[in-house]
Structure formats: C-alpha cells, structure tokens
Design a protein around this ligand. Structure first.
Ligand SMILES: *Cc1c(COP(=O)(O)O)cnc(C)c1O
Length: 409
C-alpha cells in the first residue's frame, strides 16, 4: 500500500497533512515515509522467503544515513560503489561482512579500504582490477574474497541509459573472458573466488531478462564445474511510475531462483535499490510563477533539475500532483518546469490539469530513488532538506545545506 494518500482532498504522508507541513518547512524538500520504507524492505524479503538471500541494498539509489540505519536494523546489507559510500555504510552500523563493492573504476585507495575492512565481496569488473587487488592483498598480508561480474549480453528491455548487461555496456566480463579468468585464477594467490555477480540494468518491468540471465549463469557454473559460495543476482527491479507500468511479478522469479540455488548449492545475494526506496518519498515544491506562452502554460516550480535530475538525465516521467485537490479544471497544455538555466530543467507536461495558482504546493511523486542522491549544487543552489515521517514525528534527516558554505571563496 501507499502511505501517501488523499484524505478529504488533501494530500497526506502517513498521518501528516502536507498542507500543514509546508507551513513550517520551506520548500522544496524531500518528504519520506518510514513506514513505506520498512514495508518495502519486508515485502522484498517476503517475496524471496524460500531463497533466504542476503539483501544488499544499493546505496547509490539513496544514501541518506537515516535510510541506511533503518535498513541496517532490518537486517539489510549494502552494495556500495565508492569509498564514500563504503565509509558511510559502515558508519550507519551495517557490518562489513554484509557489504559488496561494485563499479568498473575502483581506485587503489578504494580497494585498499575494502581489503582492510574485509568486506564480503569486491565484485571485480576487469582482469586488471583483479591483478591490482591481488598485489594489494599480498602487500597487506590478506586473502581477499572477490566476485566476478558477468556481462551476460542480455537486453533488460529498459531505457538504454540505464541498461548495463549488454555487450556494448562497459560493465563486467563477457562469458568467454570470465571463463578464461576462472581457469587462470590460481595464479592470483591472494584472491578467493567466492561469487559470480550480475546486474543487467534498472527499472526492469519483465521477469524474462532475469530468467535468461539465470540460465546463462547456471550454464557457466555447471560447464566449468565452479564451486561458489554466492551468486549475486544484482538489482534492477522496476516500480510503477506511470499508471500503465506493469509491476514486475517476483513470485515466479523467486521460484526459479530457489531452484537455481538448490541446484548449484550456493547462497543468493540481491542488490535492490529503486524497489526499496523509489516510492518512499515525494518532492514537495511551491509554484513560483505561472507564465502563458504561445504554445503552453509554464508552471514554474521552486525545485530544479539540480535537486531532482531524473527527468533531465533519463527522460523519466514522474507525476506531479496537487497538495490540495479542487474540482475546477484548466485546459492545457501545461508544463511543469524548474528555475535552472537549461531547457532540460523541466519535469512533465499535461493536457488537462486541475486549476492551480501561484504559491500553491505540488508533489513530484516517487522521488525516493536516484532523487536526493543524484542532486548537485548546479547554479550554486544549496542541497535541499530531507524530512521523514517517522514514528509519529517529523524528523529532519538532512538539513537544507547552508548557503554560506557554498559562497565562501
Ligand atoms: C545501481 C545498481 C544496483 C541497484 O539498481 P536498482 O535498479 O536501483 O535496483 C544494483 N547493483 C549494481 C551493481 C548497481 O550498479
């Protein structure tokens, strides 16, 4: 269920009327529901109950420390992609034996930290990276657990900007190179090959590419008689942003993964990001100005592409809904845009909408994943606040950045 609902025409986050919240907190801000976050994690876990996987939440989808702490308490591990994410995750209380490290360009400093902290897996994405980890591990007198990321050459049938498992994408090793690497790994004495990992893309709405990927991994493991502690099946599970988006059905996939696991006698890791945090937040904004042009009406918000980048970066469409519903309609087209000096600083267009006015408040929906974590100081704008409805209170989980820090020379 969604914890963002209208009651008597007013939009609520759990028990809190957003019309009231904006009286005390300056827009724009991200508004989260803790209940939604907890429910999403527990639902994911329930879906894969038979498989009993280690769930390594993908920190880059939302790295707010409060979110990491809540997920950590629920038993989540983490998938990190930088030194900063690794340190933040450890600080939030998630233990190193539940952390995996992904990414094609990990630096020597990042690898040293991961080796020193003895994380569960460093998922390598090139032969050169493996050699460097071997050299560093030898120098540090440790044996390091690694996974190899496979590029299965599977089309995830998602936006090409968030597809990662095709041969033309930079991620992982091809099947052939992976097998070659496995056959020679005995030369790298300070590495322990514990896993094959895979992550074929994001916002995936069909289980077919996942099934294909399972078959490919299964064949590689059997044909090469590999014994592995883990198979890390990555993330990418889509959510419905638009009404016509089908939700991905995980029950069937869960059964297949269970069979796969028993067959190969290994443990399973998942790295979900979006499906855990995507619908946990709305981005609350004020209408600054309304301007009529020859072709449409521009609804100019106080939130910009620097605060929420997905529409500009991926052509993502997020519905924008009024904080107060009224029964009067206006004819479009209207386009919601932000203040940044870029034509891509725009959010969504409608042909019909309810009557809205300057100084009204609206909510950009489902902004929890790749929202705040992708934001920047472009146009010298401070990072905006993040607020969470949490156990009967509103908690500031990130303060609006102090402008004085940004303007110091
Ligand atoms: C980004 C990423 C994820 C999370 O993807 P979602 O679509 O948010 O679930 C998981 N694994 C890796 C390696 C990633 O880069």
């Amino acid at each position: 269920m969604s914890y963002f609902q209208y009651k008597n025409s007013k939009l609520f986050a759990e028990k809190y009327s957003i019309s009231n919240i904006v009286k005390n907190i300056k827009t724009p801000f991200y508004l989260y529901s803790e209940k939604q976050l907890i429910e999403n994690f527990l639902n994911f876990k329930k879906n894969f109950k038979n498989v009993n996987p280690l769930i390594c939440y993908s920190v880059k989808s939302n790295s707010n420390p409060s979110i990491l702490r809540i997920l950590g308490k629920l038993g989540s591990g983490a998938d990190v992609v930088s030194e900063g994410e690794l340190l933040k995750t450890l600080n939030s209380g998630i233990k190193s034996n539940k952390i995996v490290f992904s990414g094609v360009g990990k630096t020597e400093e990042e690898l040293k930290l991961a080796i020193k902290k003895r994380i569960l897996l460093i998922n390598i994405e090139s032969e050169s990276e493996a050699k460097l980890i071997n050299t560093l591990s030898k120098r540090m007198g440790k044996k390091t657990s690694i996974g190899i990321r496979l590029n299965p050459n599977v089309d995830a049938k998602t936006n090409e900007k968030i597809s990662t498992g095709k041969a033309e994408n930079k991620f992982g090793l091809s099947s052939k190179n992976l097998i070659n690497f496995c056959n020679n790994i005995h030369n790298l004495k300070y590495l322990k090959l514990d896993a094959i990992s895979v992550h074929i893309g994001s916002q995936i709405l069909s289980d077919k590419p996942y099934k294909k990927t399972l078959d490919i991994i299964s064949n590689i493991i059997k044909e090469n008689k590999l014994t592995l502690k883990f198979v890390d099946l990555g993330g990418g599970f889509g959510i419905s942003y638009k009404n016509k988006d089908k939700k991905i059905k995980l029950t069937n996939y869960s059964k297949l993964v269970n069979k796969f696991k028993k067959n190969l006698n290994c443990n399973i890791i998942f790295e979900p990001g979006r499906s855990i945090v995507g619908n946990t937040s709305m981005l609350i904004s004020k209408i600054q100005y309304i301007k009529k042009s020859l072709k449409k009406q521009f609804i100019i918000l106080d939130v910009g592409m620097n605060d929420f980048m997905r529409p500009a970066l991926y052509d993502a469409e997020h519905n924008i809904i009024p904080v107060k519903k009224i029964n009067k309609k206006i004819k479009g087209p209207i386009e919601f845009v932000g203040p940044i000096c870029e034509s891509t600083c725009k959010f969504i267009k409608y042909n019909r909408y309810q009557k809205i006015s300057e100084n009204d408040f609206v909510a950009i929906t489902k902004t929890g994943a790749y929202g705040s974590s992708l934001s920047s100081n472009y146009n010298t704008r401070p990072l905006i606040a993040e607020i969470m409805v949490s156990k009967n209170k509103l908690t500031i989980i990130r303060k609006r950045q102090d402008l004085s820090k940004l303007i110091k020379i």
